[in-house]
Design a protein around this ligand. Structure first.
Ligand SMILES: NC(=O)c1ccc[n+]([C@@H]2O[C@H](COP(=O)([O-])OP(=O)(O)OC[C@H]3O[C@@H](n4cnc5c(N)ncnc54)[C@H](O)[C@@H]3O)[C@@H](O)[C@H]2O)c1
Length: 421
């Protein structure tokens, strides 16, 4: 389709894993979307962006403050720095008039989330939080089914997030999100997507939350005796019997030719030598029972929604990493979704039908997170082109509301109370 409209432009603030993911979308639709600048301290990441997007030297900086000290140079600021470094750039670039696409979580505290929303509203700019789960084909088909009345009125929902044993070890024991003081607590880092998704699916305000959870396994007291004093997998006698072995997780994947995430997180150019060095010296080679992690490895949340609706949520490390699983119980039927297929049981007919949500197209534009990554950036670009906030499914108010559920649930867990929102 030909259009006379100029492409929407963006700068990327933090060109790590997520910044690169959203930027890459520009390569598939250059007539609609272009990356025109980047702020990134790491030489490799910055250089990759400069080369890939053919950026002039003056559009490439090592720190976001420098871009924020200049007049606006693009339509969108994509903010993909780490969790604790979201609020300040989001506020600064909103004040300059950029539309803000902000990675989740909005910020590690409710106060910062509120400040972001206030700045967005004052600046009158478009805003979206990267709640990619809202934008998948699966979610859109599930939501359409619910909105069509397929199961009558939703009464209660049971939602499971199977994080996966190795994913937990990679990100939440050894990796960036292991320690709540350095990044954020587990429910915010990983499961803010899920509480946001439940809010979206139920379409009701959440009134109250309670929660339990703990760090049960990944701590020194659980270390198998056979592991002795070993601090790293490569020098541990117990390693061949340990499912969380870094040798198995990283070198095992490398040997099968898989150098993408999570192997690519250890070193920009994974080889047997570079990955082995990273395991000998870096954080990802550490024993999972000897890390400085404190985030929970399992947590449950109970939620009361408006109109007497309820939901339960479970996150747990102890499973095969997989899609989320959801059972939705309504007054006229029941749905079970496994992230790909939806089973619909109808009370009137006593029949079950299965609906596939797989994309029949060639999938070349689908991208990660079940199509959510490109689904999100695609809609955001369209919203900016049309100056239409309603195209963004995760705007300021709904994102603040779902973040407040998360902060409330964590307070409920820590204080052993029911928190009214
Ligand atoms: N939506 C999702 O599903 C999803 C998935 C994973 C991560 N995330 C979130 O995305 C964010 C980024 O995660 P990531 O995995 O890409 O992390 P990352 O560490 O790979 O990327 C962050 C980048 O920010 C850069 N940076 C640091 N200081 C900077 C500064 N002063 N100016 C500019 N850049 C700076 C870092 O060098 C790094 O390259 C996090 O908040 C994370 O929680 C979201």
């Amino acid at each position: 389709m030909k259009s006379n409209q100029k492409p929407v432009t963006a700068i990327v603030v933090g060109a790590g894993g997520r910044g690169v993911t959203y930027s890459t979308f520009a390569l598939t639709v250059p007539e609609r979307f272009q990356i025109v600048g980047v702020a990134e301290p790491k030489d490799y990441n910055r250089g990759w962006m400069q080369t890939r997007f053919n950026l002039p030297a003056e559009a490439v900086t090592t720190d976001w403050h420098e871009l924020a000290s200049r007049p606006r140079m693009a339509d969108i600021a994509i903010i993909t720095t780490q969790d604790a470094m979201h609020a300040e750039p989001a506020i600064a670039f909103a004040r300059l008039g950029y539309a803000i696409l902000l990675e989740k979580p909005m910020a590690p505290t409710e106060e910062e989330c509120r400040r972001i929303v206030q700045a967005i509203k004052q600046a009158g700019v478009l805003f979206g939080v990267c709640h990619v789960m809202r934008y998948t084909r699966y979610t859109q088909m599930l939501k359409a089914l619910l909105d069509s009345g397929a199961i009558g009125e939703i009464v209660t929902v049971q939602h499971l997030e199977p994080v996966g044993y190795w994913h937990q070890a990679h990100s939440f024991v050894r990796g960036n999100w292991r320690n709540s003081k350095e990044s954020s607590f587990m429910l915010l880092a990983k499961s803010c997507h899920d509480l946001d998704w439940l809010l979206y699916i139920l379409g009701e305000h959440c009134l109250s939350v309670s929660s339990f959870g703990a760090l049960k396994h990944f701590k020194k007291s659980e270390k198998p005796a056979a592991a002795g004093d070993a601090l790293r997998c490569l020098s541990c006698a117990y390693e061949p019997d340990c499912p969380y072995s870094a040798r198995k997780i990283y070198l095992g994947r490398l040997e099968k030719g898989d150098i993408k995430w999570p192997v690519g997180v250890l070193t920009p150019e994974p080889t047997r030598e570079s990955v082995t060095k990273a395991l000998e010296e870096g954080p990802y080679g550490r024993c999972v029972y000897e890390c400085d992690n404190d985030v929970v490895d399992h947590q449950v949340v109970n939620m009361l929604f408006d109109h007497d609706k309820t939901a339960t949520f479970t996150m747990t490390a102890f499973n095969q990493a997989n899609h989320r699983k959801t059972r939705i119980f309504g007054t006229r039927g029941e749905l079970y979704g496994d992230g790909v297929n939806i089973e619909h049981f109808d009370f009137l007919t006593d029949q079950t039908r299965t609906i596939s949500t797989e994309d029949p197209s060639d999938g070349s534009i689908v991208g990660g997170h079940g199509g959510g990554d490109y689904g999100l950036i695609d809609r955001f670009v369209e919203a900016v082109a049309k100056n239409d906030q309603s195209l963004i499914l995760s705007g300021p108010d709904e994102s603040l509301e779902s973040h407040r559920m998360v902060f409330g649930a964590e307070r409920a867990r820590l204080d052993h109370v029911v928190v009214d929102l």
